[in-house]
Design a protein. Structure first.
Length: 81
Protein backbone atom coordinates (compact mmCIF):
# COMPACT_ATOMS: atom_id res chain seq x y z
CA UNK A 1 0.00 0.00 0.00
CA UNK A 2 1.23 3.47 -0.88
CA UNK A 3 0.93 6.47 1.43
CA UNK A 4 -1.54 8.15 -0.93
CA UNK A 5 -3.79 5.07 -0.74
CA UNK A 6 -3.51 5.07 3.05
CA UNK A 7 -4.51 8.73 3.26
CA UNK A 8 -7.56 8.12 1.07
CA UNK A 9 -8.74 5.46 3.52
CA UNK A 10 -7.80 7.28 6.75
CA UNK A 11 -11.27 8.64 7.54
CA UNK A 12 -12.91 5.25 7.11
CA UNK A 13 -10.14 3.65 9.17
CA UNK A 14 -10.63 6.04 12.06
CA UNK A 15 -14.41 5.60 11.85
CA UNK A 16 -14.06 1.81 11.77
CA UNK A 17 -16.05 1.74 8.55
CA UNK A 18 -14.10 -0.73 6.42
CA UNK A 19 -13.72 -4.41 5.73
CA UNK A 20 -11.26 -6.52 7.71
CA UNK A 21 -8.84 -7.02 4.81
CA UNK A 22 -8.47 -3.30 4.09
CA UNK A 23 -8.08 -2.60 7.80
CA UNK A 24 -5.31 -5.20 8.02
CA UNK A 25 -3.52 -3.64 5.03
CA UNK A 26 -3.71 -0.19 6.60
CA UNK A 27 -2.44 -1.45 9.93
CA UNK A 28 0.43 -3.23 8.17
CA UNK A 29 1.30 0.04 6.45
CA UNK A 30 1.29 1.84 9.81
CA UNK A 31 3.81 -0.67 11.16
CA UNK A 32 6.56 0.44 8.79
CA UNK A 33 5.57 3.95 7.62
CA UNK A 34 6.45 6.49 10.28
CA UNK A 35 4.94 9.43 8.37
CA UNK A 36 1.52 7.81 8.02
CA UNK A 37 1.68 6.67 11.65
CA UNK A 38 2.22 10.28 12.75
CA UNK A 39 -0.60 11.57 10.53
CA UNK A 40 -2.98 8.86 11.77
CA UNK A 41 -2.09 9.33 15.43
CA UNK A 42 -2.27 13.12 15.26
CA UNK A 43 -5.62 13.01 13.47
CA UNK A 44 -6.98 10.53 16.01
CA UNK A 45 -5.84 12.69 18.93
CA UNK A 46 -7.30 15.82 17.32
CA UNK A 47 -10.67 14.10 16.96
CA UNK A 48 -10.53 12.92 20.57
CA UNK A 49 -9.75 16.44 21.79
CA UNK A 50 -12.53 17.93 19.65
CA UNK A 51 -15.04 15.40 20.94
CA UNK A 52 -13.90 15.94 24.51
CA UNK A 53 -12.68 12.35 24.85
CA UNK A 54 -9.21 13.42 25.86
CA UNK A 55 -8.36 14.98 29.17
CA UNK A 56 -7.08 18.52 28.91
CA UNK A 57 -3.94 19.40 30.78
CA UNK A 58 -2.53 22.71 31.87
CA UNK A 59 0.47 23.95 29.92
CA UNK A 60 3.43 25.26 31.89
CA UNK A 61 3.38 29.07 32.09
CA UNK A 62 6.65 29.48 30.16
CA UNK A 63 5.32 27.34 27.29
CA UNK A 64 2.01 29.25 27.23
CA UNK A 65 3.95 32.51 27.02
CA UNK A 66 6.12 31.30 24.17
CA UNK A 67 3.09 29.98 22.27
CA UNK A 68 1.24 33.25 22.78
CA UNK A 69 4.22 35.26 21.48
CA UNK A 70 4.61 32.96 18.47
CA UNK A 71 0.93 33.27 17.57
CA UNK A 72 0.98 37.07 17.92
CA UNK A 73 4.15 37.26 15.83
CA UNK A 74 2.66 35.04 13.13
CA UNK A 75 -0.53 37.11 13.04
CA UNK A 76 1.47 40.32 12.67
CA UNK A 77 3.58 38.95 9.81
CA UNK A 78 0.53 37.59 7.99
CA UNK A 79 -1.46 40.80 8.46
CA UNK A 80 -4.28 39.19 10.44
CA UNK A 81 -3.80 41.04 13.70
Amino acid sequence: MKCSEFLKELTDYLDGAMDAQTKAELEDHLQWCHNCYVVCNTTKMTIEIYRGESQAYELPEDLRGRLRKAIISKCKTSGTS
